[in-house]
Design a protein around this ligand. Structure first.
Ligand SMILES: [Zn+2]
Length: 1001
C-alpha cells in the first residue's frame, strides 16, 4: 500500500468515526495543500508519514480541535506503532483531551515506557531534585545511531564551545560530523499547562514517525525534552485543576504556591541560580551545549514567538539577535502559509534583562528562545474573548488573532507542536549553519578581551567582605565562567592588587555572561517601557567591589584557575586567656548565621567603632565575652567561625566601647493568601543562612491577640495592592476556599503553609494586634508597598508615601548614603551603599513636630528673580538683614512644644538610609528619569511606636537572590530589635547635618 493510499484510507476511517470535525479537518487539508504546494519549500510528501496512522487517535485530534485553521498537517495525525506506545496507550487518553491534565509521575511513567520500547528515546535525570524532592527528568530523542554515539556528539559540541582548544580547520571537521541538540523545556510556569502534554506527543512522534520531515529532525539532531521544569508546581497545578473540576461553579483560587519558594519569578532566576530547576538547566547546558534552548510559555494569543521589541541585551553577539529573528520568522512564515491565524513576533517583551531561564543558553553563546501560546489555564474548552489591543493588525502582527473563539487545550497543543517542529526541522536541515554560528559566537567571546574589551574584571583580594566575594565567584563558576586567583601581588595601571585577588578574564568562552553580570547597565528612558529589571550589576548588588579593567596587561597577572569553589576558612586567634572575642562587623552574611548557630551564647554589639592595636573594628562589631558564657565557648566559636569564614580575635582586655546585647530573636516571615511571589525569596535567604523563622499567614496576625508572646520580629515582604487590599485579603464572599491537602489535592499538602479558608486577610483585628505587638516592644519590618499598612492604618505617624509624577526608576540600582550611621541598622556598613529599587514607594518623612508640614517644590526651586537658580533672592529697597538660619537654632522645637501634635524627638521617625542627595549621582545601573523625585528620599525609616519599632524599607533588600549587599540591613534590624534607638542624637531631629533641607523637613 502506498503511503498516499494509506493516508486516504486513514482519513476515511476517521471520517467515519469522528464525523463532522473530521470532515472539517479533511477540508482544511484539501484547501491548504494545493496552494501551499506551489509556494512552500515544504512539499506535502515531505511531511506525510509512509507507515500507517493511528486513526482513532487522529479522530480525537480532529474532535478536540475547535477550528480547522488551528491545525497543521504536521500534527493532524499520529503514526501507529505496534511496539512503541503512544501517550493514550499509557495514560488512557490522547494528548489534548478536554479536562485531562497529567501529573509528573504520569508524565514520567509515559516517558519511561516510551524509552523502554524505543531505542530512539533515552530517559535521564537532572543532577538535583526539586526543593520538594521530585526528580527532574531529561528525555533524549534521536535516531538510534545518534544515541549510540551520544558521548561523541556531546564531545563535539563541548569542543565547539571552547575555541581556545581547537583550530578553525578542526572546528569545520567537527561541525560536519556534529549534531545540534535542540532542547524543548516544558512548563516552567505552572498555570501554563499545555506544554507538558504536548511534549509527550512530540516525543512519540519524533521517535516513531517516518515522514521525511520528522526523519530529518531525528537523523540530524538530538532532541532534549524537559517534560515539566517546575515539577513541584506542576503537580499542585494539576491538583488545583482537579479541584476546579470537582467543584463546578465554585471560585477557583489562584495557584498560590508553585515551587516551594517562588511562583512566576522562577523565570527570573537566570542570574542568581537560587532554585534547583535553574541550576539543573545550567548544569545540563554545560554538559550538552545545546544549540537551542526553547522555553514553552502560555499567555498571549495564539502563538507569539520570541524576538522582542528591544532594546536588546547589549552584551550579546549581534549574531544572537539575528538568530532570534531568523527562527521566529521561519516559524511565522510556515504557520502563516498554512492559514493559521495569530502567529506573530516582536512585541510582548523587550529582550534586555538576562534574568530569564533562557539565558542559560543565550548567555552562553547558544540560542535561548520562547513561545507564548494561548492557554486556558487548565484543560477546559472555553470561549475566549480578546481586547482590541490583542486583535488589531499592526506591522508585527499582520495576521492577528480573532476577538472571539472557542479555545481548547488541543488547539494549544497543535500550535506549539507544529511551530516547534518547524523550528527543529529548520535547525536540523541547517545544522552546519547553526553549529558554525555557535562556534563563531564562542570564538568571538574568547576574542572579547582583545577586541571590544574589557580585558578582565578584578575582585580585589583585600575586599572587606571575603565571604561574600567568594560566594559571588562561586556563582560565576556555576554559570560556567572561569575565575582565576592571583598567586602574587600585581599591578595594573599603577593600581596594586594583592595576592588572592580574583580575576575574571574576558578571553574565555563565557566572557559575555560574565561581562553582562559584572558590568553596569544604562537603559534609555525613551526606549519601550522595560518588561522587567533594567539594572542588575552583580558587584553593586552584592556590595563587593569589582574593577573593570581594559588594560590587557591584566591578562599577564600571575594567577591560577580555580578548579573548585572558593572557600574562605575563618579562624579564631588570640591567647587561651582571652577575656573576649571580637568579630569585626563586615556585613558578611554568615555573621547572622553565627548569631543563631550560637544562640545560647551571649553576644553584644559595639555601639561605636574602635581600635585594638592596628586593627580597626567597625561600629556593630560582635563582642563575645568569656564571662557569662558556656565553658566550651572557645571551641564552639572556633569551629563555627572556621566554617563560616569569619575572623574572631581573642583579646586579654575588653575594648573601651559602649555595647548592648545582641539578640537571637524569634522571627516570623509573614505571607498572605493572595500572593507568595516576593516573600519566597526571603525564605530562600533565611534557609540558606540557617536563620530560624516561623512562617505565618496574615490571618494568624488577625487571630493572635498577643503576638509578642510568640515573636520578637515580624517581617512582611512585599505584596501588591493598597493597604486596604492587603488587610482585607481575598473577599469573604461565598463558601470557604481551602488550600490544604485533600484526596483531590494531595500536593497542596507539601505547600509551605495550608489553610481551611484562603479568604480574608489580617483584617482590622490584625492591624490592632500588630499595633499591640509593636507597642509591647516588637519589631515590624515592612518592605516596599507593605509599608502602607502601618502608615494608612495610623500605627505610625510622620511617614507618608508620595505619588511620583515623572519618576521612572524601574528595577534599577541607585546610590544611597547612611544618614544615621549610629543606627544599629547601619552596623558594619560603609558610608554609602548601592541599593535595588523598583519605582515605589517614595517615602516622605516629617522629622519635626507638627502635623502636616512638608511637601512642596523640588530642592532647586526658588522665586523668579535675579541671578541663577542657586543664587539667593534679593528683595529690593527694603532692609537687608543677614538672614538667620532657621535650621540651626539652639532649640529647634521651641515654637512647637505647646502643640498637642508635638512629637518628642525620641518618637520621631529616624531616617537611617537615604537615596543619594544629588540626582546626578543617583543612578548606578539601570534607568532613571525624574530623579529629583527620588534624590535624598528616605530608603529606610525606623519609626518608634511605644516600646517597639516599625522599620520601613523603600527598597527590596532580598530581591531574587541578587541583593546580598542589602541582606544585613534586615539582619541588623532583627539582631538589634530591642536596641534600635541606640545612637539617636536626641533633640537634634531637625538639625542633623545629613538630614536634607527642603521637602523632608
Ligand atoms: Zn510563562
Amino acid at each position: 500500500m502506498s503511503p498516499e493510499l494509506r493516508r486516504v484510507l486513514a482519513i476515511f476511517v476517521f471520517v467515519v468515526i469522528a464525523a463532522g470535525s473530521a470532515i472539517a479537518q479533511k477540508e482544511a487539508r484539501n484547501t491548504t495543500e494545493p496552494s501551499a504546494a506551489k509556494t512552500t519549500p515544504i512539499d506535502p510528501k515531505y511531511t506525510t508519514p509512509k507507515s500507517p496512522l493511528d486513526t482513532s487517535y487522529g479522530a480525537k485530534i480532529a474532535e478536540y480541535t475547535t477550528e480547522k485553521y488551528f491545525m497543521t498537517e504536521l500534527v493532524d495525525h499520529l503514526p501507529l506503532s505496534d511496539k512503541v506506545p503512544s501517550p493514550d496507550k499509557v495514560l488512557g487518553y490522547a494528548v489534548g483531551t478536554p479536562n485531562k491534565l497529567t501529573y509528573t509521575k504520569d508524565l514520567y511513567r509515559y516517558y519511561r515506557e516510551l524509552a523502554k520500547a524505543s531505542p530512539r528515546v533515552r530517559v535521564l535525570v537532572a543532577p538535583e531534585k526539586s526543593e520538594e524532592g521530585r526528580e527532574q527528568m531529561l528525555v533524549l530523542v534521536s535516531d538510534e545511531a545518534n544515541l549510540a554515539k551520544l558521548d561523541r556528539y556531546k564531545e563535539i559540541t563541548a569542543k565547539l564551545s571552547d575555541p581556545r582548544k581547537i583550530t578553525d580547520a578542526e572546528a569545520q571537521t567537527l561541525i560536519s560530523e556534529g549534531k545540534p541538540f535542540y532542547w524543548a523545556s516544558g512548563s516552567i510556569h505552572s498555570p501554563e499547562t499545555g506544554s507538558p502534554e504536548m511534549l509527550m506527543e512530540m516525543a512519540y512522534r519524533l521517535a516513531v514517525e517516518d515522514s521525511p520531515f520528522i526523519e530529518d529532525i531525528r537523523k540530524n539532531m538530538i532532541i532534549m525534552i524537559t517534560p515539566a521544569l517546575e515539577v513541584d508546581g506542576r503537580d499542585r497545578m494539576v491538583d488545583l485543576y482537579n479541584y476546579h473540576k470537582a467543584n463546578p461553579g465554585k471560585p477557583v483560587p489562584p495557584l498560590l504556591y508553585w515551587g516551594k519558594y517562588v511562583a512566576h519569578d522562577n523565570n527570573r532566576d537566570g542570574l542568581g541560580l537560587a532554585l534547583a530547576l535553574t541550576r539543573n538547566q545550567m548544569r545540563t547546558f554545560l554538559e550538552y551545549h545545546p544549540t537551542v534552548l526553547h522555553d514553552l510559555h502560555e499567555s498571549v494569543p495564539y502563538l507569539y514567538t520570541m524576538t522582542g521589541t528591544g532594546p536588546y541585551n547589549a552584551w550579546l553577539d549581534p549574531l544572537a539577535i539575528d538568530e532570534f529573528q531568523l527562527l521566529a520568522y521561519h516559524e511565522i512564515e510556515e504557520m502563516t502559509k498554512r492559514g493559521v491565524p495569530g502567529v506573530w513576533t516582536h512585541g510582548f517583551y523587550d529582550g534586555w534583562a538576562p534574568n530569564y531561564m533562557l539565558y542559560i543558553a543565550t548567555g552562553h553563546n547558544a540560542i535561548g528562545r520562547f513561545y507564548e501560546t494561548f492557554g486556558n489555564g487548565g484543560a477546559d474548552t472555553r470561549e475566549r474573548t480578546l481586547p482590541a489591543a490583542q486583535t488589531s493588525r499592526v506591522w508585527y502582527r499582520p495576521n492577528p488573532p480573532f476577538p472571539r473563539v472557542n479555545w481548547s487545550m488541543r488547539n494549544n497543543v497543535n500550535m506549539q507542536e507544529s511551530a516547534i517542529l518547524f523550528a527543529m526541522n529548520f535547525v536540523a536541515k541547517e545544522k552546519e549553519r547553526f553549529l558554525n554560528n555557535f562556534y563563531l559566537k564562542s570564538k568571538r567571546s574568547v576574542a572579547k578581551a582583545a577586541n571590544e574589551g574589557p580585558a578582565a574584571y578584578i575582585i580585589p583580594g583585600d575586599t572587606p567582605r571575603p565571604v561574600e566575594a567568594a560566594d559571588m565567584v562561586n556563582l560565576l563558576r556555576l554559570q560556567g565562567v572561569e575565575v582565576h586567583r592571583a598567586t602574587k601581588e600585581f599591578t595594573v595601571k599603577d593600581q596594586k592588587y594583592p595576592a588572592g585577588s580574583y580575576i575574571v578574564r574576558m578571553d574565555q568562552p563565557y566572557s559575555r555572561m560574565a561581562d553582562m553580570l559584572l558590568d553596569t547597565q544604562y537603559y534609555n528612558v525613551s526606549d519601550p517601557a522595560p518588561y522587567d529589571d533594567t539594572g542588575w550589576t552583580m558587584g553593586a548588588m552584592r556590595n563587593v567591589k569589582t574593577v573593570r579593567v581594559v588594560d590587557k596587561s591584566v591578562l599577564d597577572a600571575p594567577a591560577t584557575l580555580l578548579t573548585q569553589d572558593a572557600k574562605v576558612t575563618g579562624q579564631l586567634s588570640g591567647p587561651a586567656s582571652a577575656v573576649a572575642y571580637l568579630i569585626n562587623h563586615n556585613t558578611d552574611n554568615t555573621l547572622a548565621t553565627l548569631r543563631f548557630r550560637l544562640k545560647d551564647v551571649k553576644m553584644s554589639a559595639a555601639e561605636d567603632s574602635f581600635k585594638v592595636g592596628d586593627q580597626q573594628y567597625n561600629t556593630g562589631t560582635f563582642i563575645i565575652k568569656k564571662d557569662g558564657n558556656p565553658a566550651d565557648l572557645r571551641a564552639r566559636l572556633e569551629s563555627a567561625v572556621a566554617e563560616l569564614g569569619l575572623k574572631a580575635a581573642g583579646v586579654e582586655k575588653l575594648p573601651e566601647v559602649k555595647t548592648h546585647d545582641l539578640a537571637a530573636p524569634r522571627i516570623a516571615i509573614v505571607h498572605t493568601w493572595t500572593n507568595t511571589q516576593n516573600e519566597g525569596w526571603y525564605r530562600i535567604e533565611f534557609d540558606k543562612y540557617q536563620i530560624p523563622y516561623t512562617y505565618i499567614s496574615d490571618q494568624v496576625i488577625g487571630k493572635t491577640p498577643n503576638l509578642r508572646e510568640k515573636f520578637d520580629v515580624l517581617i512582611f515582604p512585599p505584596v501588591g495592592g493598597s493597604a486596604q487590599t492587603i488587610v482585607n485579603g481575598m473577599p469573604k464572599r461565598g463558601d470557604p476556599i481551602p488550600w490544604k491537602a485533600s484526596a483531590i489535592t494531595p500536593n497542596f499538602g507539601n505547600s509551605p503553609d495550608q489553610t481551611d479558608d484562603m479568604r480574608g486577610g489580617m483584617t482590622v483585628a490584625g492591624v490592632a494586634n500588630l499595633q499591640k505587638f509593636i507597642e509591647d516592644g516588637g519589631l515590624f519590618i515592612t518592605i516596599g508597598g507593605v509599608s502602607q499598612v502601618p502608615i494608612d492604618y495610623g500605627i505610625t505617624t510622620g511617614v507618608s508615601v508620595q505619588q511620583s509624577d515623572k519618576l521612572q526608576a524601574r528595577g534599577s540600582i541607585y546610590n544611597s548614603t547612611f544618614s544615621d550611621r549610629k543606627s544599629p541598622i547601619a552596623y558594619g556598613y560603609d558610608a554609602s551603599l548601592p541599593i535595588y529599587f523598583n519605582q515605589s514607594p517614595v517615602f516622605q518623612v516629617q522629622t519635626g513636630g507638627g502635623g502636616g508640614q512638608g511637601g512642596g517644590g523640588g530642592a532647586a526651586s526658588r522665586a523668579s528673580g535675579r541671578g541663577g537658580v542657586n543664587d539667593p533672592d534679593v528683595v529690593q529697597a527694603m532692609p537687608q538683614p543677614r538672614p538667620l538660619d532657621p535650621n540651626n537654632r539652639p532649640d529647634p522645637d521651641a515654637d512647637l512644644r505647646e502643640s498637642p501634635f508635638f512629637v518628642p524627638p525620641p518618637l520621631r521617625p529616624r531616617v537611617v538610609l537615604r537615596f543619594a542627595s544629588d540626582e546626578k549621582n543617583l543612578l548606578v545601573s539601570g534607568m532613571l528619569a525624574g530623579g529629583n523625585e527620588l534624590a535624598n528620599r528616605p530608603a529606610i525609616v525606623d519609626v518608634p511606636v511605644g516600646r517597639g519599632h516599625v522599620v520601613m524599607f523603600a527598597t527590596n533588600p532580598m530581591w531574587r537572590h541578587q541583593t546580598q549587599g542589602e541582606f544585613f540591613l534586615v539582619f541588623n534590624a532583627a539582631l538589634n530589635y530591642d536596641n534600635l534607638s541606640v545612637g539617636r542624637s536626641e533633640g537634634r531631629g531637625r538639625q542633623q547635618p545629613s538630614t536634607a533641607e527642603g521637602d523632608d523637613q
